[in-house]
Design a protein around this ligand. Sequence first.
Ligand code: ADP
Ligand code: ZN
Ligand code: MG
Length: 484
Amino acid sequence: MTKYEPVIGLEIHAELKTKTKMFCACKNDPDEHHPNFNICPICTGQPGTLPVINREAVDKVIKVGLALKSKIPEITKWDRKNYFYPDLPKGYQISQYDKPICLGGELSIPGIAKKIKITRVHLEEDTGRLIHFGHIGHSLVDFNRAGVPLMELVTEPDITSGKEAVAFAQELQLALRYLGVSDADMEKGQLRVEANLSLKPVGAKELGTKVEVKNLNSFKAVRDAIDFEIKRQTKILERGEKIVQQTYGWNESKGETVLQRTKEESHDYRYFPEPDLPLLKTNVELVKEIETGLPELPSGKRKRFKSEYGLTDNQINILVNNKKLAGFFENVLSELMNLESGDKNKLANLSANYILGDFLGLLNKSSAEVDDTRITAEDFAELVGLVHKGDITTSAAKEVLKEMWATGKDPSNIIDEKDLGQVQDTDELKKAAEKIISKNQAAVADYKKGKEASLQFLIGQVMAVTRGKANPEIISDILKKLLK
Ligand code: ADP
Ligand code: ZN
Ligand code: MG
């Protein structure tokens, strides 16, 4: 039987984070919950109004294009995409048809380092939002979102599985956040994915007929819908039937794609040049300026964290996925390098362990971000430095961190107040060890018979009486000597 392989291309929309809307001066505020508050005659399509291009939005799309190594053509053009829907007050959407702002480009999927080619990135405007009250047979419309700048990115059909599609979309999301052009939150509809999928016999050159799947509102939906569609199309082809070019939606609760309509062609939209807007000529100087101002991207940060600090892939992934946490890590490390002399990679690893362990735990528990906390990078570095020097034990460090979190005090204060400094006095430790030995004769006997676990038990007991201030390795040495 013929074996098939999937061919997938994505169309991804992202709402841009700009001060104002795409063609008017209304505020672009995704958090405005009062319906029809940020609206004006332009974004509600009143007769006689004229659009004005939002420069910030254009610059942001150029920024995305440069980050993706796209070409920024000399001329870019606006077109009307005509269709009727109640959330589209003008009866057309201003979009870009044959002269988008960015052409070509690529984005690598991390981990597998596979390059996905980008076809284009263009700019358009978002629609309003319909709220349906099915039970009373009414729908309401909110135009706050109408005219919000929307970026659309189209990939070449280079993707071969649901998993790859998700990895690509997540990497794009992260890049958009690093670039500061979009919050790209899928739950809020700021990032929307459509998947085009066809099958072809393994190794065949020619592509099969594709189906488009819309309404993919979460990464899970992207993966599940693609996996479902691969199975559905395989069955059809194996029956010897043909795939029809159609548009599907994703039904989350049923876990299946559902037919929406037979695919529209671009001529159905009667695209024509927007008569109310001029062609835009690219300012080469400006593009250069945007290019020099590009921030480090996730892929660059991953490479640098590996080569500069020797972190593990796991540490790197968690840090890079959270730009603020990655910044905090680097601030802690640079403070720490001022305090401590020592191998950079070792200090980096120790810092990363504390940041990704207890600290991230505290952040997650209270759904806080790094800059919401009272802990400064300086104080955090001091804490890691104290552990590094052996001035406090790791269990005392946990306690100090909790107290730093709660009070914002610096570690040395907390250590003094709570008397958490490591017990350095071996006489004191020896006395404590002797007491534990005399109280736990059974464990002592077991240890002498060769049961290692009993030594751990005795260490634990000494730790407990010294309230976690003693170094377990030193206790272990003392106990071993006493028990010889
Ligand atoms: P349309 O004109 O139907 O919108 P496009 O050529 O603009 O189609 O492509 C839209 C998306 O579909 C792109 O991401 C592209 O990579 C992808 N695509 C195109 N042809 C195929 C195919 N045969 N199988 C899978 N994806 C495809
Ligand atoms: Zn407006
Ligand atoms: Mg298309």
